[in-house]
Design a protein around this ligand. Sequence first.
Ligand code: HEM
Length: 199
Amino acid sequence: MTRVNAGLRRVPAWTLYIAGAAWGGWLFWLGATGGLGVEPIEALEHRYGELALQLIVAGLAVTPLRQWAGLNMMPFRRAIGVLAFFHVLAHFLVWAVLDVQRLSAIWADILERPYVTIGMAGFVLLIPLGLTSNNWSVRRLGTLRWRRLHRLVYPAALLGALHYVWLAKGFQIEPLLYLFAIVGLVALRIRRAGGRVAR
Ligand code: HEM
């Protein structure tokens, strides 16, 4: 693992931002040019939503991976979090701007369809985290307050997973796997934190 960590240390975090943004842009390009099938808006919505959830799981796994497997992904945690936020944002924008389109219908869906309400709640919780994922905010808030604020990722992740389980039609294993993974990771973090502040 020492060798893997040494190799990882040589990878600058900005490469992850570039790769994540390029992948998101590539998916959009595919959707716009017919590469995502006959329902490109729906496909794009799904791809961004799923990618966001995968990145959220990856972000939550960083600390347990370091503690239990000795794998140090810490230098990439912020990039993973920021990319998760931007993919949720893209997921929301595709849904609102390209899919639903009318403001009244957007509001109606958010208020009346429970799985949309839950997704929206998860997204709203992620907004302050997206906005404060920079050194300036850590300095301004102070480490303790910043860490406390960033614990919002736990309810946000749970809401995101619940949103997926709720919208799945019939019995589907994939949404449940995400939910179990997130419940497990959040439980680990809370147990580990005990009375003190989780890192
Ligand atoms: C933490 C935030 C969120 C996460 C992690 C998330 C994740 C997901 C995932 C994984 C899917 C299923 C993709 C698939 O079928 O493979 C999905 C679908 C969907 N999400 Fe989200 N989502 C979030 C927030 C939102 C928000 C804010 C909205 C809108 C207000 C939204 C609206 C939808 C819609 C309309 C679908 C498709 C439902 C269908 O198949 O008819 N999501 N989301």
